[in-house]
Design a binder for this molecule. Structure first.
Ligand SMILES: [Zn+2]
Length: 332
């Protein structure tokens, strides 16, 4: 690699990371370790100073949490683990090595306005221009609606795909798909858009169902995860704590709100919000679902990471859903 290429790549990396975003190192988690600990995420979150630990995943079956810890926090964090008799395994020694490639793609390789790409992750503006062009490209099959606005006033889009957009066959079953609730899970909106592309190529899939897709429920968080913090999860609502922003949209629904796996602390990554449906994003989704509630036969929420199909219930492991058998069969 020649020197100018290195310089050019560094420039692109800096541009992608946003110069005004504070230290690039923290945005891309340079030097952060990833540990696997048998403990609950809410416990581990409190072992570190705010902003110096980041919970990545929790496996309820194995009761294992995967947590990222800043280099300057590591000695203190490991000491806390030891004091509490918790063993750990180091999975990754520099998390930025995994995160930087997606952030620093070659931005000279632009895509035509309104097109989608699945060769890399799409920036927010690219997603919006793709969505806005869809109805013109498929006037007979696609309807694009704005079902609400985010905290920072970005539109929340709903795409409806049907065999014929003006068909009065209102009784068709609806398959509802939602993506991008958690900002950092970039593969979720990408998967939702990929699905939209495939559906439009396969008219037979539209014969017996109407598809409704909210591809990016949390646009503010998505933008923030590109420009400021690659692992941002929540929306960007201000809270009672001036230091802490964001509600975990997936903990804000009015169904067993405030139960297992959520937190009342605004600084937590699973902050449930001050009350159910406190957030404009979850209210928009609620209303879009209620609009078709009698026709919805399947609801799929796309998340990462964890190679899993999760089916209800999420709030308890003690009771089975009355449709468990069917849900397992569908998941399989
Ligand atoms: Zn998620």
């Amino acid at each position: 690699m020649r020197l100018w290429q290195v310089a050019c790549q560094l420039f692109l990396a800096a541009a992608a990371l946003g110069q005004s975003a504070g230290p690039v190192a923290d945005h891309a988690y340079v030097g952060w370790n990833v540990l696997e600990v048998v403990s609950s995420p809410v416990t581990l979150e409190e072992f570190g100073r705010p902003g110096r630990v980041n919970i990545l995943s929790f496996n309820r079956k194995t009761a294992t949490t995967v947590v990222a810890v800043a280099r300057d926090e590591l000695p203190h964090f490991v000491q806390k683990l030891t004091e509490n008799g918790l063993g750990f395994q180091t999975q990754v020694q520099d998390l930025s090595r995994l995160l930087l490639p997606a952030l620093t793609y070659d931005q000279t390789r632009t895509i035509p306005k309104g097109d989608a790409t699945f060769e890399r992750y799409m920036q927010y503006e690219e997603i919006v221009s793709y969505l806005e062009e869809l109805p013109a490209k498929h006037p007979d099959r696609v309807r694009l609606e704005e079902v609400g606005r985010s905290n920072e006033d970005r539109p929340i889009h709903l795409i409806t795909i049907n065999k014929s957009s003006n068909s009065r066959k209102a009784e068709k079953p609806v398959i509802f798909i939602e993506g991008g609730a958690h900002a950092r899970e970039w593969v979720s909106p990408a998967s939702a858009l990929y699905l939209v592309e495939r559906l439009l190529e396969s008219p037979s899939l539209l014969r017996n169902a109407e598809w409704r897709v909210v591809p990016l429920l949390n646009p503010d968080g998505y933008v923030y995860s590109w420009n400021h913090d690659r692992l941002w999860r929540k929306n960007r609502a201000p809270s009672t704590d001036p230091e802490c922003f964001g509600v975990d949209l997936n903990r804000n629904f009015d169904f067993h709100w405030g139960e297992a796996g959520s937190s009342t602390r605004p600084c937590s990554f699973v902050y449930q919000g001050p009350q159910p449906f406190s957030e404009p994003e979850t209210r928009a989704l609620r209303d879009a679902v209620l609009e078709a509630q009698h026709r919805i036969k399947a609801y799929l929420s796309l998340h990462s990471y964890g190679q899993m199909f999760l089916y209800p219930w999420g709030f308890t492991a003690a009771a089975n859903h009355s449709n468990t058998e069917e849900l397992v069969k569908m998941a399989e």
